[in-house]
Design a protein around this ligand. Structure first.
Ligand code: CA
Length: 253
């Protein structure tokens, strides 16, 4: 079972929000209290009471491409002891599938060993129950801030496997060599790498990169994607980075 925040229901327009958090917790009282506290702080919160519900929700994001209909997730708060798939397995699975979203693990187990296991399966932070709400909120804020720094690239490099993009220097290296990208190609790649695995419909790319006043059709996007593939893919005819998502658009990673 999962519940999408009404604010993040399909067709919702983006509004000022501090971020969209998925909370996976089977204990009603904790789930309701944490969700309420986070909403009061200005976050959109979707909730799931078990691991299967969380997986279902995440697959829905995947299938719809997130960008097209649903607000993408910025953070997952994951309880370890859950009915069905437990939090550690879910975390491991998400990382194996390439999900880059920050994950904060919650657990009744507070020992050092559990903390280490939590971090080893790919979580970004770990909080033992019982915890203070202010501490949880502070940690969420820190994870989201770190995520934004990565996303905007104001301090760091965007990286996906063998591709490095240096936003401030406007340059890209592919398999250790400088790639010679045009400004448009650079901006397309930067947008894709800022939102790994997010599916971008052609119309949305046109609007983001070419601007709302652009007159032309979405074939322009296909042409630029083809050029970009020739510069970053090992085999442009069978791309591993810039992937076509049939019926939706393009995805990176
Ligand atoms: Ca639990």
């Amino acid at each position: 079972m999962f519940t999408l925040d009404s604010a993040s229901s399909p067709m919702r327009q983006f509004k000022a929000s501090l971020g969209h958090i998925l909370l996976v917790e089977d204990e009603d009282l904790i789930r309701d209290t944490v969700a309420l506290a986070l909403r009061n702080e200005g976050y959109d919160v979707s909730v799931s009471e078990d691991g299967h519900g969380a997986l279902e929700l995440l697959q829905r994001f995947e299938q719809t491409g997130g960008a097209a209909e649903l607000v993408p997730l910025d953070l997952i708060i994951l309880d370890i002891m859950l009915p069905g798939v437990n939090g550690l397995d879910l975390c491991r699975l998400l990382r194996r599938q390439g999900a880059m979203v920050p994950i904060l693990i919650l657990s009744a187990k507070g020992s050092e060993a559990d903390r280490v296991v939590g971090l080893e399966v790919g979580a970004d932070d770990y909080l033992a129950k019982p915890f203070g709400m202010q501490e949880l909120i502070a940690r969420c804020r820190a994870l989201l801030r770190r995520q934004r720094l990565n996303v905007t690239g104001s301090q760091s490099v965007l990286r996906c496997r063998e591709i490095y993009l240096y936003p401030q220097e406007c340059r890209v290296t592919v398999r250790g060599e400088e790639a010679n990208l045009s400004p448009k190609e650079f901006r397309i790649l930067e947008l894709f790498m800022s939102y790994p695995r997010r599916v971008w419909p052609r119309e949305q790319l046109l609007e983001k990169i070419w601007g709302p006043d652009f007159i032309g059709d979405s074939k322009t996007v296909d042409v630029h994607i083809r050029w970009l593939r020739e510069k970053i893919e090992l085999d442009p005819s069978s791309p591993e980075y810039l992937v076509t998502v049939r019926g939706f658009g393009y995805r990176f990673g």
